[in-house]
Design a protein around this ligand. Structure first.
Ligand code: BGC
Length: 247
């Protein structure tokens, strides 16, 4: 079964049709920069353009970089605040036609990794972290998601962790991967204390550079630290996968 997955990020909106039985992208993904400001109607228009690019009509899964409960947006740290309380599925439906499922971006990426990637078959507590414009997180216990975890906003030396060590902060401060990995290791140590995970999956924009930073990441416990298999496509794949059964 083919379903369109669309991943809304702070800098780009990307989509592709996905084979939801295998988790494979069926065409090269199509990306449009996130409108500035990222107002609901402007973003919804881009979502519609992505569907038109693939001449797609049908169920669609869309991620959002904030808290999403029953398709309604409850936080918008890296997009415009006018998203708060918006029923995003209703809004996107007007630009897409078919049924729409909206889910937090990191939750979607985590679902994809647990079903088709690094987390496949992993028991115990698994934490997926996505490093991009912000830091996204998804917590799983024995494969079951606890949605909207928001661990990017845990305090690290008196500041939101995502203000210390997102990929955007690394780029803006021109930090070496070694220096960045040192701060991330401190962040992981905090999460280890709070959640005692078996595995951290490192995803988001940074995951394609895993060879550059993984050697420098350290853990305090016996937790494994592994890169996301689907790298930055995990959000698209997870969104499409979740749209199989529209909510
Ligand atoms: C948001 C999360 C999101 C993450 C990655 C954070 O600022 O609060 O909901 O998953 O950024 O986009």
């Amino acid at each position: 079964m083919t379903i369109l997955g669309i991943d809304i990020g702070g800098t780009g909106i990307k989509g592709a049709p996905v084979n939801v039985a295998t988790g494979e992208l069926l065409a090269e993904r199509f990306r449009i920069p996130t409108p500035k400001p990222a107002l609901p109607n402007a973003v919804a228009d881009v979502v519609g353009q992505i569907a038109s690019h693939f001449k797609y009509k049908g169920p669609t899964g869309v991620t959002f970089p904030g808290i999403v409960k029953k398709n309604v947006i409850y936080s918008a740290a890296n997009v415009d605040h006018s998203w708060l309380q918006v029923d995003a599925a209703k809004l996107f439906h007007r630009h897409l036609g078919g049924p729409v499922t909206v889910v937090n971006d990191a939750d979607a990426a985590g679902i994809a990794e647990m079903h088709f990637g690094t987390g496949q078959g992993k028991r115990g507590v698994v934490i997926m972290l996505t490093f991009g414009t912000g830091i996204g997180s998804a917590i799983f216990h024995n494969g079951v998601l606890v949605p909207n975890a928001e661990l990017g906003h845990i305090q690290l030396r008196g500041k939101d962790a995502e203000k210390r060590c997102s990929e955007r902060v690394r780029e803006e401060k021109e930090m070496s991967y070694k220096k960045w990995a040192k701060i991330v290791s401190e962040y992981l140590a905090t999460l280890e204390k709070l959640f005692s995970p078996e595995l951290f999956i490192i995803g988001g924009g940074i995951s394609k550079k895993a060879d550059k930073f993984l050697p420098y990441l350290t853990a305090k416990t016996d937790v494994l630290i592994q890169p996301a298999k689907m790298q930055n496509d995990a959000g698209i794949i997870g969104a499409a996968f979740l749209a199989k059964i529209p909510s």
